[in-house]
Write a new protein. Structure first.
Length: 312
């Protein structure tokens, strides 16, 4: 059964009661909330995701609850917690869904240390997985949203999950977080997609979430073979250019983009070194989305040529 199969009333009752158990990739989140807005937004952008009947075992138990303090009873605040432990400082009511999404990301980044976790958007097409690595604000999510609209399978827009032994990429297929100018850009690029209403969020600017393609959700149990590591660099007006990176330089940059490299110790080094060695490594500079996507899609041709050359 999918989230979209639940009526609005049942969805809210589950959130208020034992929890709404959602499976996304390898993880099950049990979410509880007293906010009708959370129920509405989950229904909007998680509609294609499987919902589990209770009692269901969950990896993470997240609560999103509104309250008013005795000191400022006129102001509603929202607490986001996992297992009863606050994940962040309380946030304004309008930012609740954004903090829920960040909390879901944090649960993985802080706990899933049996995998290598990279700050990356990950996608797959024609059997070839590509990781777009980098810090916040370089356009990873925008590129992920644009490529997903062009038929790429979305694995994740925020966290690249790599199996330690096989190097396969795991899929989450969660909603894509878009910020500021990227919102209107992707709406024009993919007018048929489903978006939440943009909200101003502290220190982030305008923010909204785009529902992932239904096909990506349907195939979220399928792993992908990584064939390219790409470090995007958005510079307004820049001519699109794809440049090869040496393995040592790619390794250095990838270490800086890992959530748990240090926690994994020697195992993390070995896994990341094997990943870099197995992939073609590039730096992608671009100044507009059309040019960036065009060059990004060239990566598939290069990967195919590399595979044919290796077999030959």
């Amino acid at each position: 059964m999918k989230i979209s199969d639940l009526g609005e009333r049942e969805r809210r009752e589950r959130l208020l009661g034992g929890g709404l158990a959602i499976r996304t990739g390898s993880f099950v989140y049990k979410i509880r909330s007293n906010l009708p807005g959370i129920s509405d937004l989950i229904g909007l952008v998680y509609g294609e995701f499987p919902v589990l009947d209770l009692p269901a075992l969950a990896d993470f138990h997240i609560g999103v609850h509104a309250y008013r303090s005795w000191a400022r009873p006129w102001r509603t605040r929202v607490a986001v917690a996992e297992g009863g432990v606050p994940l962040f400082k309380p946030c304004p009511l309008k930012e609740a869904f954004a903090y829920l999404e960040w909390g879901m990301n944090a649960c993985i980044a802080w706990n899933a240390h049996h995998w290598l976790l990279l700050h990356a958007a990950s996608l797959e097409k024609e059997g070839r997985g590509v990781l777009f690595l980098g810090s916040t604000g370089i356009g990873k999510s925008t590129m992920a949203a644009a490529l997903a609209a062009r038929g790429w399978r979305l694995l994740s827009d925020e966290c690249g999950i790599v199996e330690m032994d096989s190097l396969r990429l795991l899929a989450l297929a969660r909603p894509i977080c878009l910020k500021n100018e990227a919102i209107d850009l992707i709406k024009a690029w993919n007018p048929g997609a489903v978006f939440t209403v943009p909200e101003k969020v502290r220190r982030k600017g305008l923010l909204c979430h785009m529902a992932p393609p239904a096909e990506s959700v349907r195939r979220m149990e399928e792993k992908a073979v990584p064939q390219a590591l790409v470090f995007p660099d958005f510079q307004p007006g820049a001519v699109p250019r794809l440049s090869g990176l040496s393995k040592p330089e790619a390794m250095k940059r990838a270490i800086a983009c890992s959530f748990n490299y240090r926690e994994l110790g020697r195992a993390g080094f070995d896994c990341l070194a094997r990943l870099v060695d197995a992939c073609e490594c590039y730096e992608l500079k671009y100044g507009d989305l059309e040019g960036g996507v065009r060059v990004a899609e060239d990566i598939l041709e290069r990967a195919a040529a590399s595979t044919r050359g290796a077999k030959g």
